[in-house]
Design a protein around this ligand. Structure first.
Ligand code: ATP
Ligand code: MG
Length: 201
Protein backbone atom coordinates (compact mmCIF):
# COMPACT_ATOMS: atom_id res chain seq x y z
CA UNK A 1 0.00 0.00 0.00
CA UNK A 2 2.79 2.37 0.92
CA UNK A 3 4.50 1.71 -2.42
CA UNK A 4 1.19 2.49 -4.24
CA UNK A 5 0.93 5.75 -2.40
CA UNK A 6 4.55 6.59 -3.11
CA UNK A 7 4.05 5.84 -6.82
CA UNK A 8 0.92 8.06 -6.98
CA UNK A 9 2.82 10.85 -5.23
CA UNK A 10 5.68 10.54 -7.70
CA UNK A 11 3.33 10.76 -10.70
CA UNK A 12 1.48 13.74 -9.21
CA UNK A 13 4.79 15.54 -8.59
CA UNK A 14 5.94 14.80 -12.17
CA UNK A 15 2.72 16.39 -13.50
CA UNK A 16 3.18 19.35 -11.17
CA UNK A 17 6.81 19.79 -12.27
CA UNK A 18 5.80 19.78 -15.94
CA UNK A 19 3.21 22.52 -15.26
CA UNK A 20 5.64 24.63 -13.20
CA UNK A 21 8.43 24.22 -15.80
CA UNK A 22 6.00 25.28 -18.55
CA UNK A 23 5.02 28.44 -16.63
CA UNK A 24 8.64 29.27 -15.78
CA UNK A 25 9.62 28.94 -19.44
CA UNK A 26 6.88 31.45 -20.37
CA UNK A 27 8.11 34.14 -17.94
CA UNK A 28 10.95 35.63 -19.97
CA UNK A 29 10.66 39.38 -19.36
CA UNK A 30 13.63 40.83 -17.53
CA UNK A 31 12.60 44.13 -15.97
CA UNK A 32 12.03 45.81 -12.64
CA UNK A 33 8.50 45.65 -11.25
CA UNK A 34 6.16 47.75 -9.12
CA UNK A 35 4.80 45.88 -6.10
CA UNK A 36 1.94 47.23 -3.97
CA UNK A 37 1.45 45.72 -0.51
CA UNK A 38 -1.84 46.94 0.90
CA UNK A 39 -4.85 45.92 3.02
CA UNK A 40 -5.59 46.04 6.74
CA UNK A 41 -3.67 42.93 7.81
CA UNK A 42 -0.24 42.99 9.43
CA UNK A 43 2.82 42.33 7.28
CA UNK A 44 3.11 45.09 4.67
CA UNK A 45 6.14 46.99 5.95
CA UNK A 46 7.81 43.87 7.32
CA UNK A 47 7.51 42.27 3.89
CA UNK A 48 8.93 45.40 2.25
CA UNK A 49 11.92 45.37 4.58
CA UNK A 50 12.32 41.62 4.06
CA UNK A 51 12.75 42.33 0.35
CA UNK A 52 15.31 45.04 1.14
CA UNK A 53 17.36 42.47 3.08
CA UNK A 54 16.99 40.00 0.20
CA UNK A 55 18.23 42.62 -2.25
CA UNK A 56 21.20 43.71 -0.11
CA UNK A 57 22.06 40.06 0.46
CA UNK A 58 22.73 39.66 -3.27
CA UNK A 59 25.10 42.63 -3.17
CA UNK A 60 22.64 44.99 -4.89
CA UNK A 61 21.99 48.51 -3.68
CA UNK A 62 18.58 49.48 -2.29
CA UNK A 63 17.01 52.70 -1.03
CA UNK A 64 14.21 53.43 1.41
CA UNK A 65 11.88 56.33 2.10
CA UNK A 66 9.63 55.92 5.11
CA UNK A 67 6.63 58.18 4.99
CA UNK A 68 4.47 58.88 8.09
CA UNK A 69 6.64 57.15 10.70
CA UNK A 70 8.44 60.38 11.79
CA UNK A 71 10.90 59.95 14.61
CA UNK A 72 9.27 56.70 15.75
CA UNK A 73 11.85 54.20 16.98
CA UNK A 74 11.85 51.18 14.69
CA UNK A 75 14.15 48.17 14.49
CA UNK A 76 14.42 48.05 10.71
CA UNK A 77 15.67 51.63 10.55
CA UNK A 78 18.15 51.11 13.41
CA UNK A 79 19.51 48.01 11.72
CA UNK A 80 19.85 49.40 8.21
CA UNK A 81 21.26 52.76 9.30
CA UNK A 82 23.84 51.09 11.54
CA UNK A 83 24.74 48.00 9.49
CA UNK A 84 24.02 49.05 5.91
CA UNK A 85 25.16 52.69 5.80
CA UNK A 86 25.46 52.41 1.99
CA UNK A 87 21.66 52.06 1.69
CA UNK A 88 20.09 55.53 1.41
CA UNK A 89 17.39 55.81 4.08
CA UNK A 90 15.12 58.83 4.41
CA UNK A 91 12.34 59.38 6.90
CA UNK A 92 9.49 61.86 6.58
CA UNK A 93 10.03 64.45 9.26
CA UNK A 94 6.59 64.38 10.85
CA UNK A 95 4.72 61.47 12.35
CA UNK A 96 1.22 60.06 12.09
CA UNK A 97 -1.23 62.66 10.81
CA UNK A 98 -3.62 62.05 13.70
CA UNK A 99 -0.78 63.04 16.01
CA UNK A 100 0.51 66.13 14.20
CA UNK A 101 -3.04 67.40 13.49
CA UNK A 102 -1.43 70.03 11.31
CA UNK A 103 -2.11 69.67 7.57
CA UNK A 104 0.35 72.35 6.43
CA UNK A 105 3.14 70.71 8.38
CA UNK A 106 2.26 67.28 7.00
CA UNK A 107 2.31 68.62 3.44
CA UNK A 108 5.70 70.26 3.93
CA UNK A 109 7.13 67.08 5.47
CA UNK A 110 5.66 64.92 2.68
CA UNK A 111 7.12 67.26 0.05
CA UNK A 112 10.60 66.94 1.55
CA UNK A 113 10.35 63.16 1.77
CA UNK A 114 8.97 62.90 -1.76
CA UNK A 115 11.89 64.94 -3.13
CA UNK A 116 14.21 62.32 -1.62
CA UNK A 117 12.12 59.58 -3.26
CA UNK A 118 12.41 61.35 -6.63
CA UNK A 119 16.20 61.31 -6.30
CA UNK A 120 16.20 57.57 -5.50
CA UNK A 121 13.81 56.81 -8.36
CA UNK A 122 16.35 58.29 -10.83
CA UNK A 123 19.34 56.44 -9.37
CA UNK A 124 20.39 53.69 -11.78
CA UNK A 125 22.58 52.07 -9.14
CA UNK A 126 19.53 51.03 -7.06
CA UNK A 127 17.99 47.61 -7.66
CA UNK A 128 15.07 48.19 -5.28
CA UNK A 129 13.38 51.22 -3.72
CA UNK A 130 10.94 50.84 -0.82
CA UNK A 131 8.36 53.62 -0.41
CA UNK A 132 6.96 52.60 2.96
CA UNK A 133 3.48 53.99 3.80
CA UNK A 134 3.33 55.99 0.55
CA UNK A 135 -0.39 55.22 0.15
CA UNK A 136 -1.21 57.79 2.87
CA UNK A 137 0.55 60.55 0.95
CA UNK A 138 -1.75 59.75 -1.98
CA UNK A 139 -4.84 59.29 0.18
CA UNK A 140 -4.45 62.65 1.93
CA UNK A 141 -3.51 64.35 -1.34
CA UNK A 142 -0.31 65.80 0.10
CA UNK A 143 1.52 65.30 -3.21
CA UNK A 144 -0.04 65.35 -6.67
CA UNK A 145 -0.80 61.78 -7.81
CA UNK A 146 0.47 62.34 -11.35
CA UNK A 147 3.81 63.58 -10.06
CA UNK A 148 4.18 60.42 -7.98
CA UNK A 149 3.12 58.12 -10.82
CA UNK A 150 5.45 59.87 -13.30
CA UNK A 151 8.48 59.37 -11.04
CA UNK A 152 7.62 55.71 -10.45
CA UNK A 153 6.87 54.94 -14.10
CA UNK A 154 9.91 56.79 -15.48
CA UNK A 155 12.35 54.96 -13.18
CA UNK A 156 15.28 52.99 -14.64
CA UNK A 157 13.99 49.80 -16.24
CA UNK A 158 15.97 47.46 -13.97
CA UNK A 159 14.71 49.09 -10.76
CA UNK A 160 11.88 47.55 -8.74
CA UNK A 161 9.71 49.59 -6.39
CA UNK A 162 7.66 48.47 -3.41
CA UNK A 163 4.86 50.69 -2.14
CA UNK A 164 3.23 49.81 1.17
CA UNK A 165 0.27 51.15 3.13
CA UNK A 166 -3.43 50.60 3.65
CA UNK A 167 -6.12 51.59 1.18
CA UNK A 168 -4.10 51.64 -2.06
CA UNK A 169 -6.18 53.43 -4.71
CA UNK A 170 -7.54 51.72 -7.81
CA UNK A 171 -5.19 53.87 -9.93
CA UNK A 172 -2.13 52.72 -7.99
CA UNK A 173 -3.22 49.08 -8.23
CA UNK A 174 -3.62 49.51 -11.98
CA UNK A 175 -0.08 50.73 -12.60
CA UNK A 176 1.40 47.98 -10.35
CA UNK A 177 2.72 44.65 -11.64
CA UNK A 178 2.10 42.79 -8.38
CA UNK A 179 -0.57 43.67 -5.82
CA UNK A 180 -0.98 41.87 -2.51
CA UNK A 181 -3.96 42.58 -0.28
CA UNK A 182 -3.12 41.60 3.32
CA UNK A 183 -6.28 40.47 5.09
CA UNK A 184 -6.81 41.28 8.76
CA UNK A 185 -8.19 37.96 9.90
CA UNK A 186 -7.03 38.35 13.48
CA UNK A 187 -4.70 40.73 15.30
CA UNK A 188 -3.31 40.35 18.81
CA UNK A 189 -3.77 44.09 19.46
CA UNK A 190 -7.54 43.61 19.54
CA UNK A 191 -7.10 40.99 22.26
CA UNK A 192 -5.25 43.61 24.30
CA UNK A 193 -1.66 42.64 23.45
CA UNK A 194 0.64 45.65 23.33
CA UNK A 195 2.69 46.17 20.12
CA UNK A 196 5.89 44.11 20.60
CA UNK A 197 9.32 45.65 20.22
CA UNK A 198 11.25 43.64 17.62
CA UNK A 199 8.06 42.12 16.22
CA UNK A 200 5.67 44.99 15.49
CA UNK A 201 8.25 47.79 15.37
P1 ATP B 1 4.15 45.56 9.95
O1 ATP B 1 5.01 46.80 10.07
O2 ATP B 1 4.08 44.83 11.24
O3 ATP B 1 4.47 44.72 8.76
P2 ATP B 1 1.99 46.75 8.45
O4 ATP B 1 3.00 47.56 7.75
O5 ATP B 1 1.25 45.73 7.69
O6 ATP B 1 2.65 46.08 9.73
P3 ATP B 1 0.69 49.22 9.30
O7 ATP B 1 -0.68 49.55 8.91
O8 ATP B 1 1.82 49.98 8.70
O9 ATP B 1 0.89 47.65 9.12
O10 ATP B 1 0.76 49.26 10.88
C1 ATP B 1 1.72 49.88 11.67
C2 ATP B 1 1.78 49.21 13.04
O11 ATP B 1 0.53 48.64 13.44
C3 ATP B 1 2.77 48.07 13.13
O12 ATP B 1 3.31 48.07 14.43
C4 ATP B 1 1.92 46.85 12.92
O13 ATP B 1 2.50 45.69 13.51
C5 ATP B 1 0.63 47.23 13.57
N1 ATP B 1 -0.54 46.62 12.87
C6 ATP B 1 -0.59 46.19 11.61
N2 ATP B 1 -1.82 45.70 11.30
C7 ATP B 1 -2.56 45.87 12.41
C8 ATP B 1 -3.93 45.56 12.76
N3 ATP B 1 -4.75 44.98 11.88
N4 ATP B 1 -4.35 45.87 14.02
C9 ATP B 1 -3.50 46.44 14.91
N5 ATP B 1 -2.21 46.74 14.65
C10 ATP B 1 -1.74 46.47 13.42
MG1 MG C 1 3.41 49.54 7.54
Amino acid sequence: MTSDRNERHKQAMQRRKALVDEKVSQANDERGILIVLTGNGKGKSSSGFGSIVRCLGHGYKAGIVQFIKGTWDCGERNFIEQRCPEAPYHVMGSGFTWETQDRERDIAAAEQAWQQAEILLKDKSLHLVLLDELTYVLKYGWIDQQRIFDAIQNRPSEMSVIVTGRAASKALREIADTVTEMTDEKHAFRAGVKARKGVDW
